[in-house]
Design a protein around this ligand. Structure first.
Ligand SMILES: Nc1ncnc2c1ncn2[C@@H]1O[C@H](COP(=O)(O)OP(=O)(O)O)[C@@H](O)[C@H]1O
Ligand SMILES: [Mg+2]
Length: 211
């Protein structure tokens, strides 16, 4: 599903990734842990087509990312993004945020998604009128709304308390499993990472199996 070969990334003369090899199977739920500054966000950004590596290649769903022609379309069709800070648009309602970039054929499924995530009653509210945990559920709904094949999440529960954090993580895991969505999630929280199929650890630009 995802195959990264010898990824090196430099910001100026700073090397953030050193020849990283990494792969994810279809339907796998992968967690990446590691200290701040170890290169997790850089790796996730490259895997998810948001950043072009200095060296190396990424194949995702059978496509070499360097050769994808309409990258916006490719992302909208295949990839869901969840970030630590939700990036919801404050002047759009919950429902409008979730459906902003949705394909017509997926519109009918939004109602079910809202119910599953327990945010149905919030659909006409604005992001500033709901709690942090609710906002992250909205962000998950938005990421799932187009039925992506893969979800990339960068510390999706990083600014939530532990109870909300467990809930949000469990929901993501449950829906991903049921719908056979591949997930790569960066997390600080080792307890959460232990729910993943596979855990990797980043250390100063290198990746290894966590054990
Ligand atoms: N946009 C950037 N410009 C310059 N250096 C960066 C940039 N983004 C990250 N870095 C550096 O790259 C290294 C890895 O950062 P990052 O991938 O954000 O790690 P993590 O997500 O694990 O905290 C760090 O040393 C960080 O300072
Ligand atoms: Mg980061």
């Amino acid at each position: 599903m995802i195959e990264a070969k010898s990824l090196t990334h430099r910001y100026g003369s700073d090397e953030a990734l050193h020849a990283v090899n990494f792969s994810v199977q279809e339907g796998e739920f992968v967690a990446i842990v590691g200290e701040s500054g170890s290169g997790k966000t850089t790796l996730l950004s490259i895997l998810s087509t948001l950043l072009t590596p200095t060296q190396g290649s990424v194949e995702i769903i059978g496509n070499d990312t360097k050769r994808i022609k309409k990258i916006d379309n490719f992302r909208r069709k295949n990839i869901g993004f969840i970030f630590q800070f939700h990036y919801l648009i404050n002047y759009l309602t919950v429902y409008e945020n979730i459906t902003l970039a949705i394909d017509k054929k997926n519109r009918a499924g939004v109602q079910t998604l809202l119910e599953e995530l327990g945010i149905e009653s919030l659909r006409e509210r604005y992001p500033y009128e709901i709690s942090g945990g609710q906002r992250q559920r909205v962000a998950i709904a938005r990421a799932l709304a187009n039925h992506p094949k893969v979800i990339f999440a960068d510390e999706p529960t990083g600014n939530l308390d532990s109870k909300n954090s467990r809930n949000v993580f469990a929901l993501l895991k449950k829906i991903a499993e049921r719908d056979h969505i591949t997930v790569v999630v960066v997390t600080h929280d080792l307890q959460q990472a232990k729910n993943a199929d596979t855990i990797y650890e980043m250390n100063d630009g290198h990746i290894s199996n966590y054990n």
